[in-house]
Design a protein around this ligand. Structure first.
Ligand code: ZN
Length: 406
């Protein structure tokens, strides 16, 4: 009922004045009853410095799905709250990705029409043509670009394989700082959590919407520790795209920490120059890993980094084969009088029950190094439990040069 509160009135006033507010505003009057119910326990989010650009992309021959502005606004605000609540639970503050708002409270969704038929922007091979046209749109409308991160939604194809009952045909994945999801007429929050055909379909596509958005905001896949999975369910950046809205789904502390260095999570007043060209990579000055019967002890001395996370995973060690990577945040201790920081972590093997190879076979430790400017680097250490000597330091690979991206 914050529509009548002082805060709500102030929010409405701010909206009327600027047309753009990130952070907390009253739930718009024209939202559906179900959306009002689901957003009633919204937390107040700290105002964001930037916003993710939301684009609704069409070909030259199709139209948006009915009522897309209200439906997608409700879903985006719900997902924004989910991220915000998980950030808060994980100790990162009540903050989420910024969204621009229209005067009526809807999320600002930019309608961009491509030059070709919608069928020329398919799941396989349609991405670059779409991104080029979105980039052209931002070149001619620079005032509409509020960060380097763009979330692109396309209506489902309407053909033999894809349609309202089985949406698809269009790109649906993260792609660097861009990400893609789809829209269809029943993509409506009123179906959330219902064990009906529409409810199950909504979980699939809204879970994917929230998960792919995570990729577009800088997140890699990860899995939960044994303790967290028992407490909170399935991580969004693991298989949470299949559980979101239907069964308990959460964000790992590792994901939340990574988001603190995403441009879209920067707080109002933060003047960081994100993703600058030519910025130097972090330097790993020393590292040691000691495996023992019940834990892995990792210590690293690093300069040029804001924080370091670590993921442990089974093979194969390839793109999109990392849903099993159990993620941790390393503790840090600044070394006085230097730029170096010592990062350390004890990984209890009991927290790796989701992995098959613990104490048995090959595993990788993926060290994720994040800079305050948002650049991310990865360094991989592999070990084989069947060959190593317990309580002795592992022989480690060369640390440099580090490559960019998680
Ligand atoms: Zn994914």
């Amino acid at each position: 009922m914050n529509g009548l509160s002082i805060k709500g009135m102030l929010g409405a006033l701010l909206l009327a004045v600027s047309g753009v507010v990130q952070g907390n505003v009253a739930v718009p009057e024209h939202f559906s009853a179900r959306a009002k119910e689901l957003l009633a326990d919204s937390i107040e989010l700290a105002p964001a410095a930037h916003a993710v650009n939301v684009v609704y992309f069409l070909g030259n021959d199709n139209e948006p799905e009915p009522d897309y502005e209200r439906r997608l606004s409700e879903l985006l605000l719900y997902v924004q709250q989910f991220y915000g609540k998980e950030m808060q639970r994980n100790g990162m503050g009540a903050r989420s990705f910024g969204l621009r708002r229209e005067a009526n409270g809807n999320v600002r969704i930019l309608l961009v029409r491509g030059k070709k038929s919608h069928r020329d922007y398919p799941y396989n091979g349609g991405t670059n043509a779409c991104l080029q046209e979105v980039a052209e749109f931002f070149r001619s409308h620079p005032e509409e670009k509020h960060s380097d991160h763009t979330f692109i939604l396309m209506p489902t194809f309407h053909d033999e394989q894809n349609g309202e009952k089985s949406p698809g045909g269009v790109p649906f994945y993260g792609y660097g700082r861009d990400c893609f999801a789809l829209d269809y007429a029943d993509f409506d929050i009123k179906h959330l959590g219902q064990n009906t055909r529409e409810g199950r379909l909504l979980t699939k596509w809204l879970g994917g919407f929230a998960h792919e958005l995570g990729h577009g905001l800088n997140l890699p896949h990860n899995a939960g520790t044994t303790s967290d999975v028992a407490l909170y369910g399935t991580p969004l950046m693991g298989a949470g795209n299949y559980t979101f809205g239907m069964r308990p789904t959460y964000m790992t502390r590792s994901s939340c920490r990574l988001l603190t260095a995403s441009e879209t999570f920067a707080l109002a007043g933060d003047e960081t120059d994100f993703y600058p060209k030519g910025a130097p990579a972090p330097v790993i000055e020393a590292a040691s890993v000691v495996p023992s019967a019940d834990k892995l002890v990792v210590r690293m001395r690093v300069s040029g980094c804001a924080f370091v996370n670590l993921q442990v995973q089974d093979p194969p060690f390839q793109v999109n084969r990392d849903y099993d990577a159990v993620a941790f945040c390393m503790a840090e201790e600044k070394l006085p009088g230097t730029d170096s920081v010592v990062y350390s972590l004890e990984v209890p093997l009991a927290e790796l029950q989701g992995l098959q190879n613990t104490r048995k076979g090959e595993q990788a430790l993926e060290v994720l190094l994040t800079q305050a400017n948002g650049w991310r680097y990865r360094w991989r250490i592999t070990l084989d439990w069947s060959k190593l000597t317990l309580d002795a330091p592992l022989p480690l690979p060369e640390t440099g040069p580090l490559y960019r991206g998680y």
